[in-house]
Design a protein around this ligand. Structure first.
Ligand code: NAP
Length: 286
């Protein structure tokens, strides 16, 4: 049987298998989408063996490997080269492994649906990893007033700011410290770190500091409401979690792998946190 799948570590939070298997079943495609939870010391071996595993036709990549898998691929699509990270791998008909990035389009598509235009806006991004790259590049294209990147390791934030500046004339800078985050002066705050996935995680933004006009977009979708979103909601801020982005990036990946339009409504129903789904998926019980 043909296989698709997700590489990452850890993967307990992921809804990708539920979403893609629903799409494969709906279209009668005899294939299975599997979760490949690969510890960092096993990544190299997995990627080297992937070349010979012809039954694996496509993969998604998640935290923490979006940048690390790039060196094992034969070709990078412009989407992956521009962003500097890969979230989708496709085995091409000649066996070559090609890397794509569908995160940026997915994020911007959802932002448009929410009626948020980045033009002239002040934006703060938490994180400087693979997802933050896709978000920063997507936003930089649309002439914001300023993008500030807050990251645990300043060096990585500076690298991302420099990478974006080389492609766009945009005011983007690495912030020295999260303590300098000026929420009232921000129109859009994006969390592109995994902080909030675990109940014990610290929240990077203080209770009481959100302004009403801000849109707080957390790329985390499990739990559906992270501590960051709960704090923002309590103060009347607009909030969005990562579920629609998951859907849109997955739909584009599905289309790349199968050359078929992705059945988005089926995929969305599979991951919707309805009471029935919640009971069925231990994932929401964390
Ligand atoms: P990544 O490439 O590994 O980057 C992780 C980022 O988070 C880095 O900037 C890292 O900082 C920071 N970070 C990690 N642990 C931290 C901690 N304990 N304290 C402070 N900062 C920390 O991961 P990614 O692929 O960008 O994913 C980031 C998040 O976005 C994940 O939660 C992922 O599930 C989510 N995501 C969601 C979607 C969606 O479709 N909804 C798509 C993509 C990603 P350092 O650089 O200092 O290590």
């Amino acid at each position: 049987m043909l296989k698709y799948g997700l590489i990452g570590y850890p993967l307990g939070h992921s809804l990708s298998a539920v979403m893609h298997n629903a799409a494969l079943r709906h279209l009668g495609i005899e294939a299975q989408y599997c979760l490949f939870e690969i510890a960092p010391r096993r990544l190299k071996g997995f990627m080297l063996r992937l070349r010979d595993k012809g039954d694996i036709r496509g993969l998604n990549i998640t935290i923490p490997y979006k940048q690390r898998v790039m060196k094992y691929l034969d070709r990078l699509d412009n989407s992956a080269r521009d962003i500097g990270a890969v979230n989708t791998i496709k085995r091409e008909p000649d066996g070559r492994l090609a890397g794509f990035n569908t995160d940026g389009c997915a994020f911007m598509r959802r932002l448009r649906e929410l009626g948020f235009s980045p033009r002239g806006k002040r934006i703060a991004i938490l994180g400087a990893g693979g997802a933050a790259r896709a978000v920063a590049l997507g936003l930089a294209r649309e002439a914001p007033q300023v993008i500030r990147i807050y990251n645990r390791h300043l060096r990585r934030a500076k690298q991302l700011a420099g990478f974006v500046r080389r492609q766009f004339e945009v005011n983007i800078e690495a912030a020295d410290d999260i303590a300098g985050l000026d929420i009232p002066g921000v129109d859009l705050l994006v969390n592109a770190t995994p902080l909030g996935m675990q109940p014990k995680d610290a929240c990077l933004v203080d209770e009481g500091s959100f302004s009403r006009g801000i849109l707080v977009y957390d790329l985390i979708y499990n739990p559906p409401r992270s501590e960051l979103l709960l704090r923002a909601q309590r103060q009347g801020a607009r909030t969005e979690n990562g579920l629609k982005m998951l859907l849109y990036q997955g739909a584009q990946a599905f289309n790349l792998w199968t050359n078929l339009p992705a059945p988005e409504r089926i995929m969305e129903a599979a991951i919707s946190p309805s009471p029935v789904c919640r009971a069925a998926k231990s994932i929401y019980a964390q």
